[in-house]
Design a protein around this ligand. Structure first.
Ligand SMILES: Nc1nc2c(ncn2[C@@H]2O[C@H](COP(=O)(O)OP(=O)(O)O)[C@@H](O)[C@H]2O)c(=O)[nH]1
Ligand SMILES: [Mg+2]
Ligand SMILES: [Zn+2]
Length: 292
């Protein structure tokens, strides 16, 4: 029987059949290459349980990979919404990694600034930063129900909300669904950080054409699966520099005739993009040495 994975707990899943029934599901032989959003073939065990046999071809796959393992984030999504807020403050490295991974997976992205009800919410975002990326920037307040712009962006799409814990992904999910289904957590003010409350990835249907996936907070986003020579292709703002460095696998550090460094020197490109490229290039290099 065909079903969709609507909850992913790592090794256990919840699947939904086409008639709407849900079952807890496990895989055979400890397979973990399934993700929330996957369409799968299942064998029904009883009213509560099922076994996942295999997945059907995917429209997209968002995943991350550090030196040790690959983690599937979601399958078949058409959009990634990166949720940011004033408190906790956003991590620019994580944002850039998520944007790059989304591009590498041919998934469109937007930056969603939540908590616009907070005073001086704009203060933590340097304008230059938000304006730099050629993606929509959507400002909302889950608390005030000021979410119309986000609703419009989501409509007809299958979207995953990602980002650090405490940004308001689950509160937005509840606001969009009009009911409290996703668990949310309050911010620890002394630590200036959100507590982990969403422990697994879960898919919700907003209307028959619109699907939303809420995910646990991300702290890191490994990009070890990518090739250094492909990185610029996955950054629309850097397309002009493809093939412009002298070395195809330029690490944008010591090499002569580095187009990225020159662009930064000439103030055509912000320094944070060079630093970002250097850091992921180093990381991918370290990963490749380890495997060889
Ligand atoms: N002021 C304000 N607080 C919000 C807003 N959205 C979420 N929060 C709070 O931020 C905290 C973390 O929210 P949560 O949805 O659990 O974040 P998640 O970890 O990204 O899912 C909770 O205390 C929420 O009440 C908002 O629009 N405005
Ligand atoms: Mg959450
Ligand atoms: Zn270079």
């Amino acid at each position: 029987m065909k079903a969709q994975i609507i909850e992913d707990y790592g090794r256990r899943y919840v699947v939904q059949l086409e008639n709407g029934d849900t079952h807890e599901a496990v895989t055979r032989k400890k397979r973990i290459d399934f993700a929330c959003g996957d369409w799968v073939e299942v064998q029904i065990v009883n009213q509560e349980q099922a076994v996942i046999e295999h997945f059907f071809p995917r429209q997209s796959l968002l995943f991350r990979q550090d030196a040790f393992r690959t983690k599937l984030i979601a399958a078949n999504v058409t959009q990634v919404g990166i949720v940011l807020s004033h408190t906790p403050s956003p991590n620019p490295d994580l944002i850039q990694r998520t944007l790059l991974a989304a591009n590498a997976a041919s998934i469109q992205a937007a930056l969603i600034i939540n908590k616009t009800d907070l005073p001086d919410y704009e203060a933590c975002f340097f304008d230059e930063y938000l304006r730099h990326f050629p993606v929509p920037v959507i400002a909302v307040s889950a608390k005030n129900g000021d979410i119309q712009v986000l609703q419009d962006w989501l409509n007809g799409q299958m979207t995953i909300l990602t980002g650090q814990s405490g940004m308001g992904k689950s509160t937005l999910t509840n606001a969009l669904l009009g009911e409290d289904v996703a668990r949310t957590g309050s911010i620890s003010e002394t630590l200036n950080a959100g507590r982990h409350t969403t422990t697994h990835t879960r898919l919700y249907r907003i209307n028959p054409q619109t699907t939303l996936i809420d995910s646990p907070g991300l702290q890191s986003f490994g990009l070890n699966h990518l090739n250094i020579g492909d990185l610029l292709r996955y950054c629309p703002d850097l397309h002009d520099y493809i093939g412009q460095c002298r070395f195809h696998n330029c690490t944008h550090r010591q090499e002569p005739h580095c187009a990225i460094k020159t662009a930064v020197e000439n103030q055509q490109l912000p320094l944070f993009r060079l630093q970002f490229l250097q850091s992921i290039t180093d990381e991918i290099e370290r990963g490749s040495h380890r495997i060889k």
